[in-house]
Design a protein around this ligand. Structure first.
Ligand code: XIL
Length: 392
């Protein structure tokens, strides 16, 4: 049974009280003025409240630079973005601010400004935070690529984890300790990606990262995070097998690991059943691992039609995907990679695979840029409501 953090509970209770107050006020209004009632998305009608009612966490990847921390510290609710993050998420993760590239401007300098800003905000609002990430092949500073050698790589990795996980020790819900370590097409017999870490340290870099994180912060849930493991396609099936092999190996070696992060950057194919992913989640459950959906967004690059067609496809996928996955009791959290679609990395990066032929932005997240809910919001909320309550 999940014990709800007391700060989270207080905040949720306050939300419920505010919801009840709002409902009372609404009931006193004439019917023409109550048109918005059914579409309420805040307080007791927020994603975080509906998730909490099921013992689940709903979360959002945020840019701490955009959070109005001073406003909130001074008792204000902040701008639209700040209000939305606070209102909808029980858990946040920094989209970029805790990566090596953000934290390590040079080998000898740590810059915790943005990461600390997120932690300060979370301290004020009582929201939980995930750490992302301690070890990855991407978003590393340029100096790392030139300065890391076979002789110093172990030290660089362990010192980074000691400094970063040490700074936030006891204050995070979970850490993505290693991100995206599997890539079969790189051709290694162990299916590991040819990252700088594997090339300089060898495959044991993964165990080293987890062991170091566990030593530094014995409370935080240590997570292995990866993508392309969600769909019932041959490629995703193969990658799931490799991920499972990695997790089983770690457990057999006694390496401290507590969760699998399933990134959930998925398309909107209505025929997907996510059967293989559910099997992987159950296999994780048998090993005592929790599962978090860590970076969900829905790529509509291939959906013909206009905004309504995109919105319908995204909502349908949220229903199908979360319906399948949240039914599993070891799935404890679902986070979207952003909240308003115009700010999504998919729309900013202009990848070929995330660009629509009509040039329109992908409506890949639950809110629009006016902070109005899209059909995906209601689909996510319904899926949370349908999740079994035995977690609570
Ligand atoms: C992305 C961010 O959203 C972008 O802003 C950044 O430029 C690149 O990284 N998998 C991950 C995330 O684990 O860290 C990535 O985030 C998206 C894919």
């Amino acid at each position: 049974m999940k014990k709800i953090d007391s700060k989270e509970f207080n905040f949720t209770r306050r939300e419920f009280q505010m919801g009840a107050l709002a409902a009372g006020l609404l009931a006193a209004l004439p019917s023409w003025a109550r048109a918005g009632e059914a579409k309420s998305t805040s307080g007791a009608e927020s994603l975080r409240a509906h998730a909490a009612a099921r013992g689940l966490l709903y979360g959002i990847a945020v840019n701490p630079a955009l959070l109005d921390v001073e406003g909130v510290a001074n008792g204000r609710s902040g701008d639209g973005y700040t209000r939305l993050i606070r209102e909808q998420a029980n858990i946040m993760v920094a989209e970029n601010a805790m990566k090596w590239e953000a934290l390590r401007p040079s080998a000898s300098v740590f810059d915790f400004t943005l990461a600390d800003r997120l932690m300060r905000f979370a301290g004020l609002t009582g929201q939980l935070v995930r750490g992302h990430n301690l070890c990855w092949h991407a978003d590393n500073p340029d100096w790392l690529k030139t300065e890391a050698t076979k002789d110093n790589a172990r030290l660089l990795l362990t010192q980074h984890i000691e400094a970063v996980a040490g700074r936030y020790r006891g204050r995070l819900h979970s850490w993505d300790v290693v991100n995206e370590a599997i890539l079969g097409k790189d051709g290694r017999p162990d299916h590991l990606r040819k990252s700088l870490w594997v090339e300089l340290i060898g495959p044991e870099y993964i165990d080293l990262a987890f062991q170091t994180a566990a030593r530094v912060d014995p409370q935080v849930k240590l997570t292995y995070n990866d993508y392309d493991i969600e769909l019932d396609t041959p490629e995703h099936k193969e990658k799931r097998e490799h991920v499972l092999q990695l997790l089983r190996g770690m457990k057999a070696r006694g390496v401290p690991i507590h969760a699998l992060g399933v990134q959930s950057h998925i398309g909107t194919d209505p025929d997907q059943k996510y059967t293989g992913l559910v099997e992987l989640i159950r296999a994780c459950g048998q090993m005592g691992l929790e599962v978090y959906l860590t970076e969900m967004d829905l790529n509509t690059a291939k959906i013909p039609g206009g905004n309504d067609a995109q919105d319908a496809a995204v909502a349908q996928t949220c229903r199908n995907y979360l319906g399948a996955v949240l039914a599993e009791p070891n799935v404890k959290a679902a986070l979207t990679w952003g909240i308003d679609y115009s700010m999504s990395w998919l729309n900013k990066a202009k990848f070929d695979w995330a660009t629509r032929p009509d040039g329109a932005l992908l409506r890949c997240l639950p809110f629009d840029d006016d902070h109005q809910p899209l059909p995906a919001f209601f689909a996510i909320r319904e899926a949370l409501d349908r999740a079994p309550a035995h977690r609570a």
